[in-house]
Design a protein around this ligand. Structure first.
Ligand SMILES: Nc1ncnc2c1ncn2[C@@H]1O[C@H](COP(=O)(O)OP(=O)(O)O)[C@@H](O)[C@H]1O
Ligand SMILES: [Mg+2]
Length: 242
């Protein structure tokens, strides 16, 4: 699949289990956002099939089942937190009380009257996360929701993701911070538009004989590179050179 003139993934075959907290991990530029767009049916140039909850990705019936919070929080700066929530609640047809619930979940209950434009980046992202949670979707796709947040907030957000997954939602969270791998049930490791591995955090550490996920990731990259040298890439133009 391509973005502009860049081929990001040349080929990809994976299954994401339902009801799990899935980490999409890889350094900046590895293709996390692109893959998320594929799951959402937003990515152009995809050849092949992408099935989400039994439907083609991006299908209309998925509109209320799938929620997405992109890296650029899609919320209105000139409205207050409460007004944003109320606007999206009406659009989704959910009860007003649900708005209060999600705001409490993301720790913004006391910011209801603040203009979103006056919030910090992390707070703004949490408003977008609250909006994504409003409709109790079966699949949440969250692009780097914890970037730039302090450790306490990060921990709290991961607790929310865990809770959502435990209640049966599938939560796909991307991050370039490898430490977050340990909070996931399952990992999809990306590097330069390649799927390196799909495994559990335990398998990641075990297979690389590492104690920390950063080292483990580097070892996976190395061994994948060696594997590739042994079997040359069929399509050298598929390399991402950004
Ligand atoms: N709109 C675009 N046009 C062309 N190339 C893009 C575009 N968006 C992303 N890319 C390229 O696609 C690759 C993967 O990007 P992305 O999926 O955003 O990675 P990540 O989210 O892991 O940082 C990068 O090489 C990036 O430069
Ligand atoms: Mg990204």
């Amino acid at each position: 699949m391509r973005r502009g003139h860049t081929t990001v993934f040349t080929s990809l075959d994976l299954d994401v289990p339902q009801g799990r907290l899935v980490g999409l991990l890889g350094p900046s530029g590895s293709g996390k956002s692109t893959l998320m767009r594929v799951f959402l049916g937003l990515q152009a140039g995809v050849r092949g099939t992408v099935t989400v909850l039994g439907h083609p990705a991006g299908d209309r019936v998925l509109a209320t089942e799938v929620a997405y919070a992109s890296q650029q929080a899609a919320v209105y700066d000139d409205l207050t937190v409460a007004q944003n929530i109320s606007y999206f609640s009406s659009a989704l047809g959910v009860e007003k009380s649900r708005g209060r619930e999600v705001l409490a979940d993301v720790g913004l209950a006391s910011y209801r009257r603040r203009l979103v434009g006056s919030l910090s980046g992390g707070q703004r992202n949490r408003v977008a996360l609250a909006v994504a949670m409003l409709g109790s979707p079966r699949l949440l796709v969250l692009d780097e929701p914890t970037v730039g947040l302090d450790p306490v907030l990060r921990r709290d957000l991961w607790a929310i993701f865990r809770h959502l997954a435990d209640r049966g939602s599938t939560v796909i969270v991307s991050s370039h911070v490898m430490d977050e791998a340990l909070r996931c049930d399952e990992l999809i490791l990306l590097h330069e538009g390649q799927l390196l591995a799909q495994l559990t955090p335990g398998q990641l550490l075990e297979s690389t004989e590492s104690t920390d996920p950063d080292t483990a990731f580097l070892k996976v990259v190395e061994s994948h590179g060696r594997g590739r040298d042994a079997v040359p890439d069929q399509d050298p133009t598929g390399r991402d050179n950004s």
